[in-house]
Design a protein around this ligand. Structure first.
Ligand code: ADP
Length: 468
């Protein structure tokens, strides 16, 4: 609204300037042509008068008669003292009287004079020049022209431009008003939708045709609410999955404790039940811990407390932690690590990524299987590969593997203590450390997770291989 009025004011000023400029330009043009014509006429009169020995009423009349009609409103010729010798005006004839027009006075002092003005629809021009006889001022010639014809042209031109400007201004005003009206209607629709979205009504859509800015804004708004709807859905799904995951061990604990309370059982059975309660609470703790890690990973996404981490050392630390589990599952751990595989990352992230991948390799393996970790440095890239000889992942499940709470075999995963959160944590962490992760797998043969990080070098020596 305010913009439209600003444009209108600017346009009105532009049109005003156009009017003033064109009026001044036309008048100047006319004045110049009047000046040229007055000079010619003065020349025509003064030239023959200069040749006359003594200027008198008689001699001047003779000369003027010879010249014929000069087409001026008034012509006055004076002698050197300013007394009129000839006056073309019948009604106010000044012959014999002293002429006191400023133009005549100036001409008698030796100057050529010209003034022109536009008044009441007519052009009035006044001009005077001295009559020089043998380099002496013998008299003056004054002429006045009242031109209503050219004045009329100026008046009609100015009227036409003014009328055109007013019509243009009116048209612009109408357009601006229509534009403001339509624009404010559209804006109101958008604002209503924004208010609805603010109150959580994400399914509301703005229907707006066209390709103008409002339509683009509406389109962007619809995309934004689609995104919000999607993330709300994901959030709801997450909460429902998380509660389901937490409910299962809680239900087991309740069932076990009820059994202990209600049944008369021997001490060894009771011990077994209590041990099961302990296992279920361990599972609860693990799930809660992973949920916490996941939420912390999301919260810290914007922060940049990165440090240089040597992935070779991290792999060794992970192996030290997981050897007992690998021994229990009878899975062999091995590694082939290049030296100097340093990246810019949070130490905890690198540890968590490798830990989760190796732990999965052990958990979803077979007896006497193996997990092999490789670290390679190629120019500006570090590649971490975790390969196992385990159960593998079905092809149709591969695309879901990094989603929260996704598990291929729920029973096996739960039995292995998993809640389907490990790989989603890995995915988030790899991404926030500028890496990428891919997976290939073949059922009953094994899986291979490949993580690539940008190399962040502190030493330049060639990569040596170290076998663990
Ligand atoms: P969980 O905590 O259940 O292990 P993850 O997010 O780590 O959850 O893994 C999700 C699912 O992907 C697992 O339940 C399992 O079915 C499958 N999976 C993960 N890693 C492997 C692997 N190395 N081999 C086979 N299946 C795997």
């Amino acid at each position: 609204m305010r913009n439209a009025f600003a444009y209108m004011t600017i346009t009105a000023f532009a049109l005003l300037f156009l009017n003033i400029y064109s009026a001044t330009a036309t008048r100047n043009l006319m004045f110049r042509s009047k000046y040229a014509s007055a000079q010619d006429k003065l020349q025509v009169v003064t030239s023959p008068l200069s040749g006359v020995d003594t200027l008198s009423v008689e001699t001047v009349r003779q000369v003027i008669t010879v010249l014929g009609d000069l087409n001026v409103t008034r012509l006055i010729v004076t002698d050197a003292s300013g007394t009129a010798l000839y006056d073309s005006s019948q009604s106010m004839n000044a012959v014999g009287k002293t002429v006191l027009f400023s133009e005549t006075v100036q001409a008698l002092s030796g100057q050529d004079v010209f003034t022109c003005r536009y008044e009441n629809g007519a052009l009035k021009s006044f001009a005077a020049a001295p009559v020089m006889t043998r380099s002496v001022i013998a008299g003056s010639v004054y002429l006045m022209e009242y031109d209503a014809g050219q004045g009329g042209i100026i008046a009609s031109l100015e009227r036409t431009i003014l009328r055109g400007s007013l019509i243009l201004l009116a048209a612009i005003f109408l357009f601006a008003a229509a534009f403001v009206l339509v624009g404010s209607q559209k804006m109101r629709a958008i604002l209503t939708s924004i208010r609805l979205a603010r109150e959580g009504e994400y399914s509301h859509k703005i229907q707006m045709r066209g390709t103008d800015e409002y339509a683009t804004l509406a389109d962007e708004f619809n995309k934004l609410t689609d995104k919000l709807l999607e993330s709300e859905k994901t959030e709801r799904q997450f909460v429902s999955d998380a509660s389901h995951e937490l409910k299962t061990p809680l239900a087991s604990i309740k069932l076990l404790s009820d059994s202990i309370l209600q049944n008369d059982m021997d001490t060894s059975t009771m011990r077994e039940f209590v041990a099961d309660i302990g296992n279920e609470s361990d599972r609860l703790t693990r799930i809660a811990q992973k949920l916490l890690t996941l939420s912390r990973t999301e919260d810290e996404n914007g922060e940049t407390e990165h440090e240089v981490v040597d992935l070779g050392e991290t792999v060794s630390r992970v192996f030290r932690m997981l050897v007992p589990l690998a021994d229990r599952q009878q899975v062999a751990l091995s590694a082939n690590l290049d030296h100097g595989c340093t990246i810019l990352s949070r130490e905890d992230d690198a540890y968590q990524i490798i830990f989760n991948l190796v732990e999965n390799g052990i958990k979803y393996n077979r007896e006497n299987g193996s997990v092999h970790v490789t670290l390679r440095r190629e120019q500006e890239e570090i590649t971490l590969t975790v390969e196992d000889t385990g159960v593998g992942i079905p092809a149709d499940a591969l695309s879901n593997i990094f989603k929260r709470f996704f598990r291929v075999d729920k029973a096996r995963s739960r039995q292995a203590g998993g809640a389907g959160l490990g790989l989603s944590i890995v995915h988030e962490m790899v991404e926030r450390n500028f890496g990428t992760i891919t997976v290939t797998s073949e059922e009953n043969k094994g899986s291979c997770f490949m993580v690539m990080f940008p190399y962040f070098g502190v030493e330049e020596d060639a990569a040596d291989a170290e076998n663990v």
